[in-house]
Design a protein around this ligand. Structure first.
Ligand SMILES: [Zn+2]
Length: 404
């Protein structure tokens, strides 16, 4: 499936160097680049509603990771899936009287437009589940020996000890999270309360495919393993997503990956903090969503969304308030004015310092502070151009106003 158009190329000569990124599983910083390349898989959306700030924060974080990795000279391959056969999509389709396929298609289009509007680099592979079902069935069937059937549902035999070690949480905490996030720990007859669904029977007009488990559809976790395998063929460098994917999704993806080919799914699992609004986590069920499209009235707004999000430490949960957006907008306009009137001092110094902070666990907040620090420091027109090119390459911010 086509995603969205890529922004104009950046003109910044890469400089070889190290990069460190926080890994949830080991709780340490690791280098996401191996053999001068970075293979990244970011779990995508279930397309049943518009993209909100929480989505934008997650995808912008990995957009920054790609920009920074490329700036070290690494080749990047970026995969993002579309979970287009999930329960919330079916439920929304029924409640709005639409066909789930139509809802999914229209919302995927809107999602892509929103991501383009905030100037995100598009994935190299944008993979909806429904277009890749043969890979998913094959992966699910390959781990059939580690599954069991209860009524018409097939469960994967998970390890609660491995889940506890992946998440640094107790089994009681995992059961609570599983219950809160669509799991069914209370279902009687399960071998282990935390076992996830590998294959489920379809109801109503839900999609259905034939497999050795019967007619039905795959569970969520196996989809991401099969789709990443399709492109990377085994362990890749970074599996990314929001913090709410640590458990159950990523912990169980990793267990299924080990069951499938005795290898961990990814070297690094990177998780982005959640965004709240009006004292609660931004979520569709609570209805407290701030949609990206609603914030953007013009090009400056789309840059302001980037500044707003880049100004938050990516691993930390935060709460959105409207003044933060207005502040980001006027900060960006101040930089544009500096670019027009003076510049950002010596571009070699600016680029050197931007690289230092961004290569240190993507400290984009510090990168923006550098723009403040050097703004209005006199430079020649040529030097200003070099600074603007670097800011475009590393932060996706268009100080010249002609790149988007
Ligand atoms: Zn996933």
């Amino acid at each position: 499936m086509k995603s969205w158009s890529k922004p104009r190329d950046a003109n910044l000569v890469p400089e070889i160097g190290g990069l460190r990124l926080f890994d949830t599983r080991s709780q340490t910083f690791l280098n996401p680049i191996s053999d001068n390349s970075m293979n990244l898989y970011v779990c995508g959306v279930t397309p049943y509603d518009s993209a909100h700030l929480g989505h934008a924060f997650t995808y912008l974080t990995f957009d920054t990771l790609i920009r920074v990795a490329r700036d070290t000279g690494a080749k990047t391959t970026y995969v993002q899936n579309v979970t287009d056969i999930d329960e919330p999509l079916f439920e929304r389709a029924i409640s709005t009287g639409q066909k789930w396929q139509e809802l999914s298609r229209s919302q995927t289009d809107i999602y892509c437009r929103s991501m383009q509007r905030i100037n995100l680099l598009p994935p190299d592979h944008f993979l909806p589940v429904t277009e890749n079902i043969e890979y998913i069935i094959q992966a699910a069937e390959s781990i059939a020996d580690q599954s069991y059937k209860l009524d018409s549902t097939t469960y994967f035999k998970s390890s609660e000890i491995d889940s506890a070690s992946f998440t640094q949480l107790s089994i009681q905490e995992l059961i609570k999270i599983s219950r809160d996030r669509g799991g069914d720990p209370e279902t009687p007859g399960k071998q282990n309360a935390l076992d996830p669904k590998l294959w489920v029977p379809s109801i109503n007009d839900e999609p259905r495919w034939d497999s050795k488990f019967g007619v039905g559809r795959p569970g969520w976790h196996i989809e991401c393993i099969a789709l990443s395998d399709k492109v990377f063929g085994g362990t890749f460098d970074v599996q990314g997503g929001g913090e709410d994917l640590i458990y159950p999704h990523h912990a169980l993806c990793d267990q299924m990956s080990i069951a499938l080919h005795e290898k961990t799914l990814a070297r690094i699992f990177a998780h982005v903090g959640l965004v709240s609004y009006e004292d609660e986590k931004m979520s569709k069920s609570k209805g407290n969503l701030v949609f990206v499209d609603d914030l953007i009235k013009d090009e400056t707004d789309s840059q302001a969304v980037r500044v707003l999000l880049l100004n938050q430490p990516w691993q930390t949960a935060w709460e959105y308030h409207e003044p933060l957006f207005l502040e980001a907008r006027s900060r960006f306009m101040g930089w544009v004015q500096s670019y027009e009137n003076a510049g950002f001092g010596n571009p070699i110094q600016l680029i050197h310092e931007l690289r230092l902070v961004l290569r240190n666990n993507l400290n984009s907040q510090a990168a923006l502070s550098l723009l403040d620090k050097y703004s209005s420091v006199q430079s020649s027109f040529e030097e200003r151009k070099v600074s603007a090119d670097a800011v475009w390459a590393l932060l996706g911010l268009d100080l010249e106003g002609n790149r988007i």
